[in-house]
Design a protein around this ligand. Sequence first.
Ligand code: NI
Length: 169
Amino acid sequence: MIYPIVKYGDPVLETPAAPVIEFGDKLKKLVDDMFESMYEAQGVGLAAPQIGISLRLSVIDTSFKEDPEARLVLANPEIISMEGTQTGGEGCLSIPDFRENLTRGKRVTIKAQDVNGNWYEKTGEDLLARAFQHEIDHLNGMLYIHRLSSLKRDMIKRKIRRLQRQGEW
Ligand code: NI
């Protein structure tokens, strides 16, 4: 099932999500649906709050279907170490058509549970490191625009409000 992506303005995106407690068939189905919804939206990462489900669950595939091993399920993820910095463009499926430069950690190690509930650790660099940080932010109710300067953020919010008034958001 393909879920519609929740857009900025919906409070679920700015609410810290609840831990995943039950690992079973229902979660497997949700994870499959999240991958399907992410690919449909042309994204490389999707967090459950972005489909209106306030759970600490994200999926990532920075290879966009090229490499099955790049398909990652992050349940209850946490950053355990971060090194260096990278500055580059970042966007979000919930804030379509906007993209801003943002400085993030360059090399990030996370621990998370997979779809079966098994804990694993994974280190990512560059795009994967950025995806880890972006997705874990989502689960904490944080969006990338919250990490921009207030000037930039206010400019984006004004543009979004205008789009909302025009019924285009
Ligand atoms: Ni996002």
